[in-house]
Design a protein around this ligand. Structure first.
Ligand SMILES: Cc1cc2nc3c(=O)[nH]c(=O)nc-3n(C[C@H](O)[C@H](O)[C@H](O)COP(=O)(O)O)c2cc1C
Length: 146
């Protein structure tokens, strides 16, 4: 499979995690991009997309996901041919807005008719786990479902 990992980050964790996930996706062709460098109206539906996105501010998207998200909302591209999975990074200390960034992004992808595969993966930075220890088993399950 050809997998395109797209990360949205504020302080670099989602970027490192997307790189780890690409390395961990043995036997697949992988590509990793910052959402800031990707036009959501020009996504290649022949690739499976894995979105890796944190939450910043008070439940907002991190800065490198903002333009991607805003364009999804304004241009509403038809993504009905595109399949994706999504993994969110957050911190449960922010109890009211835990992982709201990845939730907003997921909802917007679905509003553009993209086909979500599996459940949204969730990482809680307050939990003491390393992100890759949660994300890599999640990715393995996800890829088995595509
Ligand atoms: C200023 C600040 C605000 C944050 N706000 C939230 C939030 O509202 N909800 C949440 O779940 N996590 C929040 N987080 C936690 C981050 O999403 C978490 O640390 C994540 O791993 C950061 O990933 P990144 O380095 O890719 O941006 C916040 C972190 C900081 C530093």
């Amino acid at each position: 499979m050809n997998i395109h990992f797209l990360y949205g980050t504020e302080t670099g964790t989602a970027e490192m995690l997307a790189e780890d996930m690409a390395t961990g996706a043995n036997g697949h062709e992988t590509q990793v991009s910052d959402m800031d460098d990707v036009d959501p109206t020009a996504l290649d539906a022949s690739q499976f997309h894995v979105l890796v996105c944190s939450t910043f501010g008070t439940g907002e998207l991190p800065s490198t996901a903002e333009a991607f998200f805003d364009k999804l909302k304004s241009a509403k591209p038809d993504l009905s041919e595109l399949k994706f999975g999504i993994f969110g990074l957050g911190d449960r200390t922010f109890s009211e807005t835990f992982n709201h960034g990845s939730e907003s992004l997921m909802n917007e992808m679905i509003a553009c008719k993209a086909q979500m595969v599996g459940e949204r993966g969730i990482y809680d930075a307050s939990g003491g786990d390393m992100p890759e220890d949660i994300a890599l088993p999640w990715l393995e399950d996800l890829l088995a479902k595509v």
